[in-house]
Design a binder for this molecule. Structure first.
Ligand SMILES: NC(=O)c1ccc[n+]([C@@H]2O[C@H](COP(=O)([O-])OP(=O)(O)OC[C@H]3O[C@@H](n4cnc5c(N)ncnc54)[C@H](O)[C@@H]3O)[C@@H](O)[C@H]2O)c1
Ligand SMILES: [Zn+2]
Length: 368
């Protein structure tokens, strides 16, 4: 088993990464005092596949458990489910030293993390991420959120978990498309920070990767290290944490424009957004064309869409996408700020980018 420690001041915690490690959850819980009750929140897909196993393992140690199941999918990250989960925790009389477990993908982690941060001003949470995306990204760093009609992830808190258990064995049951979506965030880490990791990813066969435990452990560990390094230096995103948003300014706008539906999953939007950010980087003379071609070749070989025109359904239009871009959390004084790439492995934050250049990049991707 691998351990990556997130050394955030005042609330450090471990990410445990390995194969079949859920079986040992009770021994990992021993480090915490006075656990009386564990409230598990999961979604209606994960509950059918992985919940029973977790309950059995916890019951073996005579731990009392309660379970709340919400509907799977991005639309679940809303006010009404936040109310449902928080009220459920209160009805179950959770105390500040009790634990809530978020068992599921990024949707569950973001929603349950938010609920845990506000119930009794904070109850302890353990993330058991069950998608590749949540193991490499959303379970780490303490961002919690729900969506608003005004945009994605606009309502939320920073709230660090007490422990993250990333068991790569649970990834086998993921749909291919969900696995690939998570892989989009993995490539993002390599692009912003680690060319060696990008080269390693280029060598992998995406079709068999999901079943290769050792490769998955390497991916989750490398990504967790990159993310935890960054969030340790900048917990509240006042500086370099913004680099993790490479591809996300465009990506979030595209997710909102497609109604957070399965027309475009989060990681797919990040890949599309990365391609747009690369084009923007090129138009600002930051990156060379060879790097862009190489990155796009990798995305295409994995089966990702790289142009807005490839999104299925009603064609998208420039103006709504531009309006949504101004809702990005990096917008300051109504100026568009972007994470761009100087080369593979080196991201930079660029403030006050000319909106005309942004429009041109979007327009090209809509038309091509
Ligand atoms: N907090 C953060 O820092 C952060 C970072 C990145 C993304 N996010 C958020 O994460 C969300 C996306 O996360 P996601 O891609 O994990 O989506 P998700 O939680 O919707 O999971 C995708 C699908 O996979 C199913 N699933 C989960 N685990 C499974 C398993 N082991 N086997 C079979 N099916 C399984 C889910 O039920 C769901 O249908 C977005 O809302 C995004 O905004 C947050
Ligand atoms: Zn993301």
């Amino acid at each position: 088993m691998k351990t990556v420690t997130v050394n955030i001041e005042k609330s450090p915690y471990d990410i445990l990464i390995g194969k079949d490690i859920l079986n040992q959850i009770s021994s990992y819980l021993q480090q915490f005092s006075r656990i009386q009750c564990i409230s598990i929140v999961t979604d209606d897909v994960v509950s059918k596949i992985h919940l029973e196993h977790l309950l059995v393992v916890l019951k073996e140690k005579n731990l009392k458990t309660n379970v709340c199941v919400v509907k799977a999918g991005e639309k679940t990250k809303n006010w009404s489910n936040l109310k449902k989960v928080t009220e459920w925790l209160l009805i179950n009389k959770v105390e500040r030293l009790d634990f809530v477990i978020g068992l599921g993908g990024g949707v569950i982690g973001d929603l349950v993390g938010f609920a845990a941060s506000i119930v009794r001003r904070g109850i302890r949470i353990i993330h058991i991420p069950t998608t590749l995306l949540s193991q490499v990204d959303s379970a780490i760093g303490g961002k919690t959120s729900i969506n608003s009609d005004q945009g994605k992830n606009l309502i939320g808190t920073f709230y660090q978990p007490s422990l993250v258990l990333s068991d790569v064995s649970v990834l086998r049951t993921l749909q291919n498309r969900d696995f690939l979506s998570g892989y989009g965030e993995v490539v993002k880490y390599s692009l912003i920070k680690d060319i060696g990791f990008f080269e390693w990813l280029e060598q992998q066969d995406i079709l068999t990767l999901q079943k290769k435990d050792e490769s998955l452990i390497h991916i989750v560990e490398t990504s967790s290290k990159i993310k935890s390094d960054i969030v340790t230096k900048d917990e509240k995103e006042l500086g370099i944490r913004a680099l993790l948003n490479f591809g996300h300014t465009f990506g979030h706008a595209l997710e909102a424009a497609t109604g957070y539906s399965d027309r475009l999953l989060h990681g797919e939007a990040v890949v599309l957004g990365s391609c747009l950010a690369l084009r923007l980087s090129r138009s600002l003379d930051l990156i060379n064309q060879e790097d862009i071609t190489r990155i796009e070749r990798h995305f295409i070989s994995c089966g990702f869409k790289t142009k807005i025109s490839q999104i299925p359904g009603e064609p998208l239009c420039l103006e709504p996408i531009m309006n949504l871009m101004y809702q990005d959390k990096k917008v300051t004084a109504n100026q568009l700020n972007f994470v761009l790439l100087a080369k593979i492995g080196e991201a930079i934050l660029m403030n006050n980018v000319n909106p005309e250049k942004v429009k041109r990049v979007i327009q090209d991707s809509l038309m091509s």
